[in-house]
Ligand binder design. Structure first.
Ligand code: AMP
Length: 400
């Protein structure tokens, strides 16, 4: 097991600064023999926080809008002192219906991205609030779109070696999350963004959560339906990293087929399609499945046997026999029999021909390479020498 890196959090991403505030302002405000009043301390605290926030905010300039999601608008931005150093600034929409005006998605995204620092996970450089009280996340700029764009673009040709490279990057990112007891819970091609140098990065941690306590109940309403594993469709409240591995397997299948593999139009349709494709879950192949809250027994005449290697090889010939074996291990119905991220990385598929394509040589969206490349001085995943070296968490990824 790899040692978890200890991110050195910069003062700029430290939202609470009360200790420092006490030291700086408490002394000045103290009258001889009297302790500073709580009000004075509170004001001092607020002043220092605002000052630190202003310092961070002034480091960046916001440029054009890049896109919009459910809870945020994403802008291109750059460092004021170094205009060629580009960033993505994700401005979280304030919504009165949420606690403190912020959605849980935003809070999760900040919380987990601050903890994770890895070449295959989008980097969070800074966090600041703007004058209108909106929260802004300064993220690594990933200009080459996402894997969904590549899958859908009929003009882009890719092969088994490219799929192996993309899957390798995804597997390493997921492995790192799980090593740090974090579940992503929304793995799908659209959340796999691509850096200038071709590196794929896991993004959008709005549904992430920690899973250190295996007996804690968690919501089953996570993961975009097509990528949702059977245990969540059956309403399981206690689950593990296996939920992300299922999604990874479905992404693998989609990369190979270039269409979503099990695309249900309702939760019921989704579980039906999974049963038709992979087999019907029963007490024999998945002990305990019938006890799950929303388990639906299959009609006696409709039990599909669990599919073996031959099925996977027939459906996904381009994966080859070893690749089909890996895919089968990720799409195992019983979550306790599914491969872990570590087992995925140890699979012999990575070492069989074809070797994964070098990230720089991977197919990319039209016009993306030269144009974007010449815009940038910094490649994705190279934080140490970047202008963000003082603010970004240090990379410490030597394992695997
Ligand atoms: P999101 O709210 O994360 O789904 O982002 C909305 C859109 O903004 C995405 O579809 C991308 O087009 C764009 N975007 C998000 N994050 C980045 C990033 N780090 N770099 C470049 N574009 C981004």
């Amino acid at each position: 097991m790899a040692v978890s890196p200890l991110p050195t959090r910069s003062p700029s991403t430290t939202l609470s600064t009360s200790n420092t505030a006490f030291r700086l302002k408490g002394v000045a405000a103290r009258s001889p023999g009297n302790a500073p009043s709580p009000q004075i301390l509170q004001n001092a605290d607020r002043e220092l926080t605002e000052q630190l926030n202003d310092n961070v905010r002034q480091r960046y300039m916001k440029d054009k809008k890049l896109g919009e999601g459910t809870y945020a608008i994403v802008y291109l931005g750059h460092l004021r002192t170094e205009p060629s150093s580009l960033v993505a600034i994700k401005k979280i929409k304030v919504n009165a219906e949420y606690k403190d005006g912020l959605s849980m998605d935003a809070i999760r995204e900040v919380k987990y991205l601050q903890e994770l620092s890895h070449p295959n996970i989008i980097a969070l450089h800074d966090v600041f609030s703007s004058k209108d009280q909106n929260l802004n996340l300064v993220l690594e700029y990933l200009p080459l779109g996402d894997l969904e764009m590549l899958i859908k673009d009929g003009n882009i040709h890719y092969g088994a070696a490219d799929v192996k490279a993309w899957m390798g990057m995804l597997a390493r990112g997921v492995w790192f999350c799980h090593e740090n007891f974090i579940l992503h819970r929304d793995i799908k091609p659209n959340n796999l963004l691509i850096a200038t140098d071709g590196e794929v990065k896991l993004a959008d941690f709005g549904l992430a959560r920690s899973f250190a306590d295996p007996y804690l109940n968690m919501t089953h309403q996570v993961i975009t339906r097509w990528y949702r594993p059977p245990e969540l469709l059956y309403g399981a409240r206690q689950y593990s990293g296996a939920v992300d591995i299922w999604s990874m397997g479905i992404v693998f299948a989609e990369l190979l087929l270039r269409v979503p593999f099990v695309a249900g139009n309702s939760d019921l349709d989704q579980i039906t399609k999974i049963c038709e494709a992979f087999g019907t879950p029963t007490e024999e192949n998945w002990p305990g499945v019938t006890k799950l809250p929303t388990y639906i027994p299959a009609d006696k005449g409709h039990i599909v046997p669990v599919q073996g290697r031959d099925f996977f090889l027939r459906q996904f010939p381009t994966a080859g026999p070893v690749g089909a074996d890996l895919l089968m291990s990720m799409c195992t119905l019983n979550p306790s029999k599914r491969s872990t991220a570590c087992q995925v990385l140890q699979h012999r598929w990575w070492f069989t021909e074809p070797r994964p394509t070098n990230k720089e040589d991977l197919p990319r969206k039209a016009g993306g390479s030269q144009k974007m490349g010449s815009d940038l001085t910094r490649k994705g995943g190279e934080l140490d020498d970047s202008p963000f070296k003082d603010t970004a968490r240090q990379l410490d990824f030597n394992a695997m």
